[in-house]
Design a binder for this molecule. Structure first.
Ligand SMILES: Nc1ncnc2c1ncn2[C@@H]1O[C@H](COP(=O)(O)OP(=O)(O)OP(=O)(O)O)[C@@H](O)[C@H]1O
Length: 314
């Protein structure tokens, strides 16, 4: 394995999945560098769970290939390096927390008992309590301890915090991020909590029913976008088309309120001085792409897969 490969956690080439006659995922192509915390965002039904299950080796792709640290997804080599946590957190309700961790130890040859125990203790989870009697937050801690105890290089999380109250979610997220940063673990975490993404991840994959729309470093994604605003000119507001003077830029979304025209663009050169220009937040960028499901994809250079043509440049 050469140096460039060693730094790649995931390489996904033209991956698609069909259920019956319906394609739910088509031509997903991206690379995820190792050591990143990657948010996976998209509307209901965009195929996030399907993609995570393919990466975890729980489901076969109908087309394309995915590798995990160079090993084909689903192979023993890939599964040994990967921990997957589904939204339902399947745990045995009658097992105590200690018994659950013991099971983790039995099933995983590289199990780190001390780390798993410390992780549940730090969340005030009693080791002798049956899992079925724990709160949602405590159950999430136990499920995360099982994932971390395996000492994986990659953790795939499917909306693990969706059912937690904001404070517990914040606390659990901080604990998880602390552990993964210390161990250099790569994380892919799907989430609908767009406003919390910037505290969670430093890399982003955004998919809609039309396919992958954004892939890349969060700072890079934000830096190639601008929010433009100027008082409405009556004609363009009436016509509702592309605001005049933006033909050379990639317009992600334009909308008109009573007084202003507001546009999110990927500038392709100087912007006309009639616009007020500001930098968008990650939330503003993500919401615009979610609303405009078919915008031109932005796959950052770091996310390009060698030998595959990027769907688009900035
Ligand atoms: N086993 C299956 N058989 C048939 N269709 C399926 C199956 N699993 C998923 N689908 C369909 O595939 C599509 C994508 O589902 P998936 O769960 O991957 O989306 P998602 O982006 O994770 O959605 P959500 O945000 O609601 O969790 C959905 O339309 C779903 O109904």
């Amino acid at each position: 394995m050469d140096a460039a490969e060693a730094q790649t956690a995931l390489e996904v080439r033209g991956v698609g999945r069909r259920f019956g006659r319906n394609w739910v995922l088509r031509n997903a192509t991206f690379r995820l560098p190792a050591g990143r915390v990657c948010g996976l965002v998209g509307p209901n039904g965009a195929g996030k769970t399907t993609l995570l299950e393919i990466l975890a080796g729980l489901r076969a792709a109908t087309e394309g290939q995915a590798t995990v640290f160079g090993a084909p997804a689903g192979s023993l080599g890939a599964r040994e390096q990967t921990a997957f946590l589904a939204q339902e957190k399947p745990l045995f309700p009658r097992f105590t927390v200690a018994e659950t961790l013991r099971l983790g130890q039995e099933l995983n040859p590289h199990w780190d008992q001390r780390m798993a125990e410390n992780f549940v203790r730090a969340g005030n989870v009693p080791l002798d309590a049956p899992v079925g009697r724990l709160s949602g937050g405590q159950r999430t801690r136990v499920a995360l301890a099982l994932a971390l105890g395996k000492r994986p290089d990659l953790i795939l999380l499917d909306e693990p915090m969706a059912d937690l109250d904001p404070l517990v979610r914040q606390e659990t997220t901080a604990a998880l991020l602390g552990e993964v940063a210390e161990r250099g673990i790569t994380v892919v975490i799907s989430s609908h909590l767009v406003s919390e993404l910037d505290t969670l991840c430093d890399y982003l994959l955004l998919m809609t029913q039309g396919g992958l729309r954004l892939a890349g470093d969060v700072d890079e994604i934000i830096s190639v976008h601008r929010l433009l605003s100027r008082p409405n000119d009556a004609m363009s507001a009436l016509q509702g088309g592309l605001p005049a003077g933006l033909e050379h830029h990639t317009v992600v979304e334009a909308h008109w309120d009573r007084h202003y025209t507001n546009v999110l663009v990927r500038p392709q050169g100087p912007i006309d001085s009639t616009w007020q220009i500001s930098a968008p937040t990650l939330e503003e960028v993500v919401l615009a792409y979610l609303r405009q499901g078919d915008s031109i994809p932005l796959i950052s250079p770091q996310s390009h897969v060698v030998g595959m043509s990027p769907e688009s440049a900035a």
